[in-house]
Every structure is written in C-alpha cells, then in structure tokens.
Design a protein around this ligand. Structure first.
Ligand SMILES: [Zn+2]
Length: 720
C-alpha cells in the first residue's frame, strides 16, 4: 500500500467520521421497529446433528468444502502452500528457507522454549486462534460428513496443543507470547494485547473445544479449554482481578458456549480433570461486555499516532496510580471500546470485531434477557443493516483499519472482508434466535449467498479477503499472510444446517429454504419430521412436508423474505419491487398470506402427509440504493431471490461504458454448463457510443472464477 494513499484515506476517514458524528449519528434513531427492545422468548435452533441437508445447491458445495477445503486449510497451516502465492509470503520464504508452519509453534513451546524472539514464532500472533477456528469449522463438518482421517488429523493436532499447554502448567497457552514476549501475558507488563491477541486465541480454543466435543464426544480438547478458561477466570474480572477485555471480540461467545455446555449437561463435569464452575464462564462473558469503555481514557486513538499509542501502552503508563487500581488502556473505537456498548447507537470500528461483538452481546442476551443488552444489540444491528451494509451483505467500507464507515457511505470499491460478512451473518443469526423475526434471516441470507460465498473459489481452495463491488484485477488467493477468512468461512458453512429450522414452544420455524430434513421435538412432547424439497435459490418453489408422529395442533411458521414482499431492506436502505408476490398452499389449498414479523403462521391440526407449498417470486429485479447513498445515484443492481448479480467484462466487452436499460425486459435462464450451474440474467444495455447490446450477469458469488482478475461491476449506471 502506498504511503500517500494511507495518508489520504486516513484524512478522508477522519473527516467522514467527524461529519458523521456531528450530523449523521444524530439525525434520528432508525429503530422504527421498537418491538425489538422488548424481551422475547428466544427461538431454539436445531442442532447440526439433527438436520440432514439434501439440496441441489448446497449439498455438492458442502461435500467439496468438507473434503477439499478443510484439508486445504489444514495443509496450508502446516506450511504446504505455494510459497510464491503472495509477495509477502515469498519474502518470508526467502528468510525461513521454507513455508511457515503454525504447528511448529506448539512444538517448540512444548520443548520448553520461551522468549526466543519473534522470528522463532511463525505467522502472526493470532495464528493459534486461526488454527482453533479451523478445528471448530472442521468439527461441524464431521457431524455432517463423518471422516476418520480428518478426525485423526485433529486428534494429532490436539496432542501437540496439549503438550504445549502442559509445558507451562497453569492453563495458559499462547505460542506467540510464550516464544516472543513471555512476560507480557494478555498484553500486560509492557505488552500490547491488540497485537498479541492472547484473549482472542484463548476464546477460539474454547469454542473449538465445545464444537469438537459436540461432534465427537471426545473430551481431551475440552480439558485443555477448561484449564485455559479457569485460568482466565482466575486472573481477569472486577478488582482485585485484572481489568482485561478481549482486543478482538469472540471469546465472550466462546465462554457462553462453554457455560451452556456444562449447564445443560452437568454429568460432563465428572469427565473433566479440572473443577468446572460454569457460572464463572458466564460471569466472564458479562464482564468482558460490561467493561468495554471502562478504562483510563487513554491513549487517544486516531488523534495520537499509532506509534505513540503503542508506546504509551507498552510503557505501562496506565498503571500509574493516578488512573486508579483497576485501570487499563482504552482500545478505542477500533475495538468497540470508546464507550460502553449500552451507550453505543451505531456499529463502529473494525468490522470483524464489531460484527462479532454484536454477536457476543446478543448471545449473552439470550441467557440473561436483560433489556439493556437487548436494546444495545438491536441498536447496533439496526444501524448495520439499515445504513452501513452493502447490497451483497458486505460490511466494513474502509480499508483504513478495516472499519465501518459512516451512515450511507457505501463505496463500490469498499473493503468488505469475507470475515466481516461472516461476522454479520453470525450476528443476524443470534438476533433471529433472540427475536424470532424474519428480517434477521433476510440479512443472514444476503450475507450468506453473496459476500460469504464469494469468499471461496468454485474449486474450494482459493479465497478472497476483500469482496468489493467493482473489480479491476481482483483475484482470490492461494494463501495469505493473514489467512483469517478461510477459517471464518468454514465456521459459518460448517454450522449452516442449524439455521434452517428452529422451534419456539409449540411452533416450528422454517427459516431457510434448503432441501433437508430435521426431527423437531416440540415442548408438548410431539415429535415432528420436517422435510424440504426445493431448487432454491435458482427456483422459487419450496415443498415442505410436515410429519408429526401423531395428529396434533401446532403452528408452522414459514418465512417470507422481505424481497418477496417488495421490501428489500427493513429500513429502506435498498429498494426493489417484485411484480408477483409470494404464494402459499396447504395440501393444495391457497392460504391467506398474513405475515407477522416476517413469517406466515399456519396453525392447524397437522397429520402425516400434510404438505406446504411455498412459491417465491424469483423474477429478476432491479435494486436501487436509498437516495442518501450519494455514490449510488443513477445506479442499479440486478438480483433474483437472495442472489445479487454482477457483470464481468468476460461476458460484456464494453462494460466500462454500459448503461443498462431498466425499461426493457430482463430474462433469466438456468445454465447447467456455466459456473457449475447458475441462473444467468440477460437484458439490454447501451454502450458509450449509444449502441444497444445484450448484457449478461452472473451471481456475484461466482465472479472471478472463469477468468480471475477480470473486470466486473455490481452497481451499473442505468439509462433512464
Ligand atoms: Zn478475514
């Protein structure tokens, strides 16, 4: 990155942020749906093991990812990658004489090496965390696709992780800190947690352990995680313990998962070598959320230089008694630490941290039903979806600090990291769980089908970090100096089956349209087998079979997506219209479409053989941005169902001068032989010379597969 560019973008972002604070953030609250501050009874998602996916769109992908992608990511963490894939990795290769190996870090820690300097540690300080995240994703895949080899591979990794932890003895494990700066645990005593990622790594370990236990019933990784969690609970917390919060959100949700695991299965405690007091984990998660914004107020990020801030922290200045006896440095807006989350009204800072932090706050709200948590998570989510999310579900407009921009600033060349889209989908998933409102699944689908899926190549072994809406030379990479996106991608697709169905006392929710079957146990003891058959997202017909073991009255809630009701976005950030609406039939009889909070409720006495038929209007539609988005005036995007489309130069030679004709009809055809089978949208466009041509659009998530680096556009100027 060129230095002038950094300076210009820093100035631009600062000006925009200040302008946003003065004008944008004060315009009004966009919490139109006030009901979301109310305490609701959360819906319960199915467990991954209770859902079997059998779907023409998803099944081939899931099979590819469980085999090719899981192994590819592990191989590359072991150092088996093309060292010339990126220039920065090539430089590293020249220095090391080989590619970097994440597992070697655990081995040399296990050998007792400490303080041997950063070059002895390979990869960034958060490399441990990325390995754990991959184990978590792979574990969920093991549930869907049992695979002895992958399980043995993970068990062998666990041996090495365990040996590293045992070499220290008190539960602490962070290979970077142990090898490079062992006196700076958790960033204390002159360390710098924002770089070290100690708490984040530990959280990822805990989460991996819970998922691996759920997948295999094995407790060895769980033992390691409990030791680590107990150590964290011993040292961090209200005074006199240390005031330490994660400098990257994620551990808060991990602690909740550990808490729930033991709360719901107390017998499991007897299989753990350490004493388990699950309430400590819950208290830790709450502490980490409630102590955001509780610090000494310094350094002043974005005013002082990065180097000054770092020095101030490393000099341990915050431990001066004048800052109190429980002080710590501020991690600033970047890490959602400038104010308490309970005062925060907008989603701010580093987009992956921000979306995961929203996820964590919502996760705790599921347990405590505390109105302040519910209000805080709603405010942040509403702002994200209503003003700061790209049409592809992408989050984080700016490369500078990989951060969210102000309201309505949605540049086509936005940064839009794959991890941030995954984070926003996790956030939307937790919000759906808390509120049972379909709008959260609208956002979940938008992220999933667009900015998440674009993160991986059709071959399953190339990945994107950035997912801009306009491309010149954008390519997926083989491996990256910071390969955070492949594990995040695995995490969400690995647990995709859990989002399809949920229940709330005696109601069943159909959230996603994915061919599958699930057994759902209602609170009244009724077991129901639900089966979906569909060609979605290429076709709009969805058949849902409801099979209770005995005839019984209950409610089936079928989600009707916003776009199918000409409500592209719940707060009008995007606007579109479908000619025909959705239609629903029960046993062939048309049913009134009374939609409450995004779902049609069908209450009746259900019996074996009952069928719901849902028809969604998949006709291609033009989507426009709210007029407050200055740079998208006079532009449109093509979409069909949840899928956003883009135009590649490959199909459209004069793309740079195209204006699409929104008054001519557009057609959509399924092409079996293109991009593994996709719908293609065609219509009329005018070139710069005024010639009328046919444009061809393909799904955004498949761009750059046929000719990597080919120019593309998602927002295209329209000919009025
Ligand atoms: Zn990433």
């Amino acid at each position: 990155m060129n230095k002038t560019y950094i300076i210009y973008s820093t100035i631009l972002v600062t000006v925009l942020l200040l302008a946003g604070m003065l004008i944008g953030f004060r315009i009004d609250s966009n919490k139109t749906p006030g009901e979301d501050t109310a305490v609701n009874k959360p819906m319960v998602f199915s467990a991954v093991k209770d859902v079997k996916v059998n779907d023409s769109f998803w099944s081939p992908k899931l099979a590819l990812w469980s085999d090719v992608t899981v192994n590819d990511i592990f191989n590359k963490f072991e150092g088996q990658y093309d060292e010339e894939s990126r220039r920065d990795l090539l430089n590293e290769y020249k220095k090391l004489g080989r590619t970097r190996d994440a597992f070697r870090n655990f081995d040399i820690v296990a050998q007792g090496k400490r303080g041997v300097g950063q070059p002895q540690h390979e990869g960034p300080p958060w490399y441990d965390g990325l390995v754990y995240e991959t184990i978590r994703g792979a574990a969920d895949f093991l549930i869907q696709f049992p695979d002895k080899k992958t399980e043995e591979r993970i068990d062998a990794y666990i041996d090495r992780i365990e040996a590293a932890q045992n070499s220290e003895g008190d539960g602490y494990i962070n290979t970077y800190t142990m090898l490079a700066e062992p006196k700076h645990r958790w960033g204390t005593n002159g360390g710098f947690e924002r770089y070290q990622h100690d708490v984040y790594n530990s959280g990822a370990l805990i989460e991996a352990a819970v998922h691996y236990y759920n997948a295999t019933g094995k407790t060895r990784l769980l033992n390691i995680a409990v030791k680590c969690a107990n150590y964290i609970c011993k040292v961090m917390g209200p005074a006199p313990k240390l005031n330490i919060i994660p400098a990257h959100a994620l551990p808060e949700e991990a602690m909740m998962k550990l808490y729930w695991l033991f709360k719901n299965n107390p017998v499991l405690k007897s299989k753990i070598s350490e004493k388990v007091n699950e309430d400590d984990y819950y208290d830790m998660a709450k502490f980490w959320i409630e102590y955001r914004g509780k610090h000494c107020g310094l350094p002043v990020w974005n005013v002082w230089s990065q180097a000054e801030c770092e020095k101030w922290i490393k000099d341990n200045t915050y431990s001066d008694p004048k800052y109190g006896n429980h002080s710590r440095p501020s991690w600033g807006l970047y890490n959602q630490d400038s104010v308490s989350v309970f005062q925060q009204k907008t989603i701010e800072g580093h987009a992956v941290r921000a979306t995961l932090f929203g996820t964590c706050v919502t996760t705790v709200a599921l347990e405590n039903n505390d109105p302040s948590y519910i209000e805080a998570s709603s405010a942040i989510w509403d702002n994200m979806v209503g003003r700061r999310m790209h049409v592809t579900g992408g989050c984080g407009s700016f490369r500078y600090e990989e951060m969210f921009g102000p309201d309505y600033v949605l540049p086509s060349d936005g940064y839009l990291e794959t991890c941030a889209a995954v984070g926003s989908a996790f956030f939307s998933g937790r919000m759906a769980e808390l509120h049972g409102d379909g709008k959260y699944f609208d956002a979940f689908e938008r992220s999933l089908y667009n900015n998440v899926l674009s993160g991986i190549s059709l071959s399953g072994d190339h990945y994107s970090y950035e997912n801009p809406l306009i491309g010149e030379g954008v390519e997926r990479w083989n491996w990256h100096s910071c390969p955070c996106c492949p594990p995040m991608f695995l995490k969400i697709v690995g647990e995709l089956p859990r989002y399809i169905y949920s229940k709330e006392s005696n109601s069943i929710y159909i959230n996603l349209f994915i061919g599958s079957e699930a057994k759902i146990m209602l609170d009244n003891g009724q077991e129901v087998l639900v089966k979906q058959t569909t060609g979605y997202p290429w076709e709009g017909r969805i058949e849902i079979n409801i099979e209770p073991t005995t005839k019984k009255e209950f409610t089936v809630k079928v989600r009707i997506p916003g776009w199918a009701q000409s409500s592209e976005n719940p707060y009008g950030l995007y606007i579109s219209k479908v000619k025909s609406g959705a239609g629903i039939k029960v046993n062939g009889k048309k049913t009134a479409l009374n939609i409450t909070r995004g779902y049609v409720n069908i209450t009746r006495i259900w019996a074996k053989g009952d069928v719901i038929e849902l028809n969604l209007p998949m006709e291609p539609r033009f989507v426009y941005a709210n007029e407050k988005v200055q740079n998208l005036k006079g532009m449109a995007v093509l979409a069909s169902g949840p899928i956003v489309y883009g135009l590649e130069k490959f199909d459209n030679p004069e793309l740079s001068s195209y204006k699409i004709d929104i008054n001519s009809p557009v057609n959509m055809t399924y092409k079996n032989d293109v991009l593994n089978g996709v719908n293609i949208i065609t219509g009329k466009a005018f070139t710069g010379k005024g010639a009328e041509v046919e444009f061809k659009a393909v799904p955004f998530n498949t761009l750059n597969n046929r000719m990597p680096g080919n120019d593309f556009k998602v927002w295209v100027p329209v000919q009025e």
